[in-house]
Design a protein around this ligand. Structure first.
Ligand code: SF4
Length: 288
């Protein structure tokens, strides 16, 4: 974990770059808005950036456009220069997982570290005052971390208020609790179901990754198929199986998730629900 600094200390520092990573999620977006409104001098200096894995939802790009115009500053787009398919090949066809999380390292952290180089950097991070997590961020010694929400005592409800008052809550929160890649293995079963309903073509693409044939060379038998670990996005089964379980649960509960269209707004349902996972290490760089 990078060394910490308070926002007041950060405001007084000269000669460092100030950066804020926008993930497409609610907290980092609200943080950028909070900085603009409450710390305009810091906002002038901050380089806002988004690291694109090439596997993002269209809703995220739409949200970034709205945020960019509110901030009145460019959100710099970074990427790893190659597609997920390329990196998958480099990793011998093993799908990433919470334990083998090469995707974040290669497609998020490395482009960020190249972006900042060895410059002294102050990085603003959207962890809230009502959370207790550290997460998965760069370990570079030249980077100091600042947590403005913690310094200013802002909690989950404040984040929703900031967004509702400005750019709105990203649309995908209707069915998904995080930003990040459409195939992210941190998704819950009902989120895979949400992907299937809202982006059937992306669900099919995620399925194709599970159905690839993976072979290795065996000195006795020549090319042989390799099965098992690293073939599915979840250790609990294929995404078709996960979706079937989510549908079954939905039927048992007598609720059709996509028909929550009573007079209550989805934004209010979301605001009142407690769907943040304190152990969710996906968040910091991918989906905070
Ligand atoms: S969003 Fe998920 S799949 Fe994408 S880089 Fe992050 S952890 Fe990996």
């Amino acid at each position: 974990m990078a060394e910490k600094m308070s926002i007041k200390e950060a405001a007084a520092v000269n000669g460092s770059r100030h950066v804020l990573g926008i993930s497409g999620g609610k907290d980092s977006a609200a943080l950028a808005i909070h900085i603009k409104l409450r710390y305009p001098k810091i906002h002038e200096k901050v380089e806002y950036f988004f690291t694109d894995t090439g596997a993002e939802l269209q809703e995220i790009y739409d949200f970034l456009d709205r945020l960019e115009s509110f901030l009145g500053k460019e959100i710099i787009r970074l990427d790893s220069g190659r597609s997920f398919e390329h990196w998958l090949k480099v990793h011998n066809g093993y799908l990433p997982s919470a334990k083998q999380r090469w995707c974040t390292r290669v497609m998020k952290i490395r482009p960020f570290e190249e972006f900042v180089g060895d410059d002294p950097v102050i990085s603003y991070i959207g962890i809230r005052a009502d959370e207790n997590r550290e997460g998965y961020i760069s370990q570079k010694e030249s980077i100091k971390a600042v947590f403005p929400f913690i310094d200013d005592g802002l909690v989950r409800d404040d984040i929703f208020q900031i967004l509702e008052d400005t750019v709105g809550i990203p649309e995908y929160y209707k069915w998904r609790s995080r930003s990040g890649c459409y195939f992210c293995f941190f998704q819950r079963q009902d989120e895979w179901l949400g992907l299937k309903r809202n982006h059937p073509e992306l669900f099919e693409k995620a399925k194709e990754f599970e159905q690839r044939e993976r072979k290795k060379f065996d000195w006795q038998d020549g090319e042989v198929a390799v099965g098992g670990y690293g073939y599915t996005w979840s250790s609990q089964g294929t995404i078709d199986e996960l979706v079937a379980r989510a549908e079954k649960r939905e039927k048992e509960q007598g609720i059709i998730a996509s028909s929550k269209t009573s007079s209550v707004r989805w934004q209010d349902i979301l605001r009142e629900s407690d769907d943040d996972d304190a152990d969710d290490q996906a968040c910091l760089i991918c989906s905070l």
